[in-house]
Design a protein around this ligand. Sequence first.
Ligand code: NDP
Length: 520
Amino acid sequence: MNAAPRASDEIISFDPATGKEVGRVTVTSPEEVKAAVARGREAFQEWRKTSFAERKRLVMAAREVILAETDDIAHLISDESGKPFGEAISMEIAPVLDLMQFFAKKAQKLLAPKRIGIGLYALLGRSSKIVYHPLGVVGIIPAWNYPFSIPLGEAVMSVMAGNTVVIKPSELTPFVGLKIGEIFEKAGFPANVVQVVTGAGETGAALVEAAPDKIMFTGSVATGKRIAAAAAKNLTSTVLELGGKDPMIVFDDANLELAAGAAVWGAFCNSGQSCSSVERLYVQEGAAADLTRKIVEKTRQLKQGVGDTEDISIGAMSSERQLKIVEDHVEDFRRAGAKIEIGGRGKGLFYEPTVITDATNEMRAMRDETFGPTLPIATFKTEEEAIRLANDSEFGLTASVWTRDYAKGKRVAQQIEAGSVCVNEVLYTHGIGTTPWGGFKNSGRGRTHGTEGLLELVQPQHIHVNRIAVLPDAWWMPYSSKAVATFRKMTRTFSSGSLIKTVPLIPQLLIRIRELFKAK
Ligand code: NDP
C-alpha cells in the first residue's frame, strides 16, 4: 500500500492509515545524485569557513521555521507514516528542536581545539593539541519510522560541524524528507549546504556510490551490511544505526504501576516501529501476574485509528510488508504455545496492540526483530537469569531495568550488552540529543548524538609543537652501538612513563645527543 506502486521515474506516497495519496515525487537519477554530491562538495569549500556563530544563527532560524509550522509538519509526518499526530509532535518535533538548540549553542565548545597530555615528552619542550576539521559531504540515509527527527538531527549536527549534507529519505516518507530541505532553505542556509534527493533503495545506493565523505545510515541490519560493503570501495566511513530486540527487565521490587505504563508506551508507541521499542519483557516470577494484569488493563484503554485525531494512541503500521512480519510473529508465538492476552488481529494496515504471555527465548519471534505493536512477556527467577536472557540476542541497542533498588539497577544495567540502558525509564533517550546513541553487536557501529556523535562528523588533526628546537632527538640517525644501548635503556626508563625511573637515563641521553652533534 504505502510501498508505492510507481512509474520508474516517480514515487507515489500514500497515507497508510487511509490509503489516500499524499503526493508524487520524481526519482532522482544516479547521475543527479552524483551531481548533488559534487555541488555539496563545492558548497563545502565556503561553508567550512563560516563561523560557529553564523551556523548557530541559521540553525536557530530553522527552529523558528519549525515552530511556526509545527502542526502542519506533524500532520505531514502522521499522513506519511501513519503515526498519531500528537506522537509526531512529542516523539519527533519536540526532541529534534531540543537537539537543534543544544548543538547550535554547544558545537563550538565541543569542537574547540583541545590540548592533550603527552607525559614525559612535555619535559622535552613539546606540546600537542587536537583541532577538528569537518569531513566534507555527509550522506544521510534514514528509515521511515522517524522520518523527521532522525535525518534532521543528523543534518543539524553535520552542518554545525562544518559539513554539507545530502539526504535520501525513505521512499515511504519522501515528502517529510523534502520538508526538511525546505526548512533549511527558509531559514536562509546557502544553496547546496543541505540537499534532498528522492527515490527508493537504488537512490540510496547511488548516494553511497557517489562517495560522500561519511554515510549516516539508519535501517535494517541487511541493508546496513550492504551499505558498509559498498562504502568500503571508496573508504567512506559509515555510522550504522540498525535494528534492535530490546529487553525490559522488571524485578519484583519495582513500581509495577509505573513499569506497566512504561511497557505499554515502550512497546506500542509508533505502532511498535521504533528501533528501541520494548520487544521482550522479562518479569520476575513473583510479580508476573500483577504486572501482566496491569499491562492488559492499560492496553484495553488505548484507542486505535487514523492518527489525525488527538485522542488516538495507536495509528497504522507504515507498510504492508511490516504488517506481515507482525502477523507472522504473532502466529509463531501462537504455534509455539504462548498465550495472546489481548489483541492479535490486524485490519487494513492497523494491527491491534498485542500482549503475549508464556513467551520464551526459544521462540523465533523472541529473537527476530518484530518492529510492531507486540509485547511478549517471559518470566525469570534470579538476577543472573534475567541478565542471561536479556543478553541472549544478536542485537544490543537499548534495554531497561526496573527496580526500587538503584544499586541493583545500575549493577544489572552495566552487565547488559546494549548501547543505552535505562534504570526505571524506557526508550526515550534518543530524544536526549546530548547523550550518545548507538548499538552493541548487530545493532550498529558508531554513534549519533552527544559528543561522541558529533565527533563522528569531524576528523581530528594532531598539531605537535617542539618549543625547544635546538637539539636533535636521541632516536635520530646515524645509529651506533651507543644509540642502541640508549634505546635499550629507554624501554625500562622513559617508556615506563615514570619521571623517577627516567632520571638515570639523562647522562646517557646527553652522551647520545653529543654523538649526534659530532656526526654533523
Ligand atoms: P531498510 O534497511 O530497508 O531501509 C533504510 C534506508 O535505506 C531507507 O531509506 C531505504 O530506502 C534505504 N536503502 C534500502 N536499500 C538500500 C541500498 N541498497 N543502498 C542504500 N540505501 C538503501 O530499513 P527499514 O526502512 O525497514 O527500517 C527499519 C529498520 O531500521 C529496523 O530494523 C529498525 O530497527 C532500524 N532503525 C534503527 C534505528 C537506530 O537508531 N538504531 C532507528 C530507526 C530504525 P527505501 O526505504 O526507499 O527503500
